[in-house]
Structures are given as C-alpha cells and as structure tokens.
Design a protein around this ligand. Structure first.
Ligand code: PSV
Ligand code: MN
Length: 386
C-alpha cells in the first residue's frame, strides 16, 4: 500500500486544467440554454475558473479555444489570469466552425482551404508564444459522410503534411497534442478516428507530438484504460480530455456516468507513471442544464476521488495475487481500493492546504453565483460560436 503521506502528497500536487468553454453557454444541436451570470468575455471566464481553483486548489490552469477566446492582447490576458491566481494553459484550435470547412480543414480536397486551416494553426502557435502555453491541442472535425466521397488515403497524406508543418513551427518547449474521435461531425470516416491513427502520426512527427485521450471519443465498450496503459508504455500519452458519456460524445461531468471507469483509468495512469510525468489532465465538458461553476468543481473532485482510490490500491498485494494466479484475490484488491470512501481523506488534504474540506459548500457560501448573476447583465454571453 502506498504510504498515507505519499498518497496525500500526490493528491496535493494533482492539477486539473479547466476549459474556458465550459463556463460559457452550451447545449445540443437542438437547443443551447442560456444561464444567468454566464461570462461575456474571456476575462470573465477566467474569473470563474479562478473560483474553481480558489475552492479546489487543484485547477490552476485554464485551456483556451481559439477563436472563442480571441483577444487583441494575449500577453495581457495571461497577466489578467495571473492576477486572478490562475494561468493560461493549452491552446485549442478550431477548424470546424467556418463555412469553408464543410468538407474538412487540413484534409480538405482544396489546397486553399487547407492553407487557411494551417494558417489558423500557426496563429494558435503565435498565441502560445504570447501566453507562454506549452501545449497546442489539435482536434479535426475532418472526415467524410459517404463511401467514395473523398480518397481516404490522400486525406491522410494531407493531414501528415499539415501536422509536419505545425510541428516544425513549434518552439523547443512546446508540444503538439493530437486528439482522436471515432465519429461526429463526420459519420462515415473521420481522419483521426482512433488512438492508433493518432499514434502513427505522432510517431512520424517526433517526441513532442503526443496523443490526447478524450474519454468521450470511443465506441461503447472500448477499454480506455488499456489505451492509456499502451500510450504510457510508448511514452506518447500527452493529455486527457476528461468527461463522461452514456451514449455518444455526451460531454457530461467526468466520473458522473461511470466512476469505476475513471478509477480504472487513473489506476493505469499511476501504474504507468503518468501522474508525475508531463501528462496534462484537462476537462472537456459542457454543462448544459446544470450550474456551470459547481459542476466544474464537482468534476475536479471526481478526478481527485478516482485518483485517491487508485493511489490506495495495494500494489504489492495485487502483484502477489497476480503472480500466483489468484484471480479472485487480485480482483478483490482492486475493488477494495475502489470501494474505499476517500471523501474524508480528500477533505483532510484540502484542510491541510488551508481550503474548506467541502469545496461546493464553500463555493455556494461565497456568494459568487449571486454576484455574477447581478453584475453580468447585458452584453453577449459566451457560448458556442461566440
Ligand atoms: C471535439 O468533440 C472536442 O472534444 C475537441 O476537444 C474540441 O476542441 C472540443 O470538443 C470542443 O468542445
Ligand atoms: Mn476533446
């Protein structure tokens, strides 16, 4: 069993990056619901993100999405973040919300559209230079809807060409994170459908190209923890986009739909040394019907709970059971850790950090929700496409 002091130390060091877009309005293709107090500017999103960090102590960075978080002066935005106790994190590109991208972006059959998409990716690297961000996260909505629509092999060549150009443009301390998704918005093929395709491209690019595992981007029943173990073994797990799903890419609060899966993932992360390496733990969620800030706090807490349980696995007892072929005992060791109520331990960890043991209650008492509802009146609320 990991020493209690080591478990606490690991939990105190854990950081979860929150996505700027989770603070804005979101919904489904049927309806985007507006909520009172939602940020109107990237600065207001950072104010909300700062509250999540204030009450959890575990969300020190905020991911940007360009152009949703476009500003004139990114260095000033980084300073604004710093003044509020957080930092700007990963820069996410967006090559999916422009009419030109109907048939794809970097994989589009028309070279002019590919050039436009590449220029956007270069712009994102320029922004990283200004914000001091380490990671560029690339997700492409590219793909086809019908067999025969385009040459899927040629699309891979176009993709490889764009990725190579972006990789070349990165600074020595910057990374390219490639995210895969098996469907949506394209329904027949997507150009980066799975971890194998992402891994193959990253391998060609070089060591600073790494794979992103968005937990919502797999077919039902996929063993995500196996993918995590494999990518860690290969040194190519760059980041997580955490969220939960019941059916498709639901983007629900991580750990809400399947806390056991999150535990299994975190166990493989710890087993593979990923908790203390450069793996970035990010949320990629949309809070469509629930209050956003407490939902993000809850999500951070869910990651912490899964991590605490995974840290509590008695690895020595597990190894003994595994080596002796004691299937039931091996399973029991894992389940013992999973079934531990780690909430008191996490409350203690928070209190030792000078925080309230119950971040959601502390947030509710703070009056922040009432304040932003009263103050953020008028203007255009942030949301998809804003
Ligand atoms: C695509 O579904 C995705 O997971 C990518 O990470 C995008 O950048 C993000 O969602 C937008 O919410
Ligand atoms: Mn994602």
């Amino acid at each position: 069993m990991t020493e209690p002091a080591a478990v606490k130390a690991a939990l105190k060091n854990q950081a979860v990056e929150t996505p700027s877009w989770a603070y804005g309005n979101s919904g489904t293709r049927f309806k985007v619901f507006a909520q009172a107090g939602v940020p109107r500017t990237p600065q207001e999103k950072l104010e909300d993100a700062a509250k999540v960090h204030e009450f959890t102590g575990a969300a020190p960075t905020v991911a940007l999405h360009i152009p949703w978080d476009k500003v004139d002066d990114y260095a000033a935005l980084a300073e604004f973040a710093q003044d509020h106790g957080v930092k700007l994190g990963t820069v996410n590109s967006n090559t999916f919300q422009d009419d030109d991208y109907k048939l794809g972006s970097v994989c589009h059959p028309d070279a002019a559209v590919r050039r436009k998409a590449l220029d956007h990716l270069f712009e994102c690297v320029d922004i990283m230079d200004a914000t001091g961000s380490r990671d560029l996260k690339l997700w492409f909505a590219d793909g086809t809807n019908y067999p025969g629509q385009d040459d899927v092999r040629e699309r891979q060549d176009r993709l490889a060409e764009a990725l190579a150009a972006v990789y070349e443009r990165l600074g020595d301390d910057q990374r390219l994170l490639l995210e895969y998704k098996f469907f949506e918005p394209a329904f027949y093929t997507t150009d980066v459908p799975d971890w194998g395709t992402a891994y193959a491209h990253c391998l060609k690019l070089g060591p600073r190209a790494q794979v992103v595992v968005d937990t919502g981007h797999h077919a039902p029943g996929t063993n995500i923890e196996f993918i995590v173990a494999t990518l860690l073994r290969e040194g190519r797990l760059g980041a997580f986009d955490f969220n939960s799903r019941f059916y498709a890419d639901d983007d629900l609060m991580v750990g809400a739909a399947d806390p056991f899966q999150l535990f299994r993932i975190m166990y493989e992360v710890i087993r593979g040394g990923g908790l203390t390496s450069d793996v970035a733990f990010m949320l990629d969620q949309c809070h469509n019907i629930e209050a956003k800030i407490p939902a993000i706090i809850r999500s951070v807490m869910n990651v912490q709970e899964a991590t605490a349980k995974a840290l509590l696995v008695d690895r020595e007892a597990l190894a003994v059971a595994q080596r002796s072929g004691d299937v039931l005992e091996a399973n029991a060791v894992l389940m013992d850790a999973y079934n531990t109520d780690v909430r008191p331990l996490l409350a203690e960890v928070r209190e030792e950090l000078g925080l309230d043991g119950d971040p959601i209650a502390a947030y509710r008492r703070s009056g922040w929700a009432e304040r932003i509802t009263a103050e953020r009146v008028g203007g255009q609320q942030a949301g998809w496409g804003a």
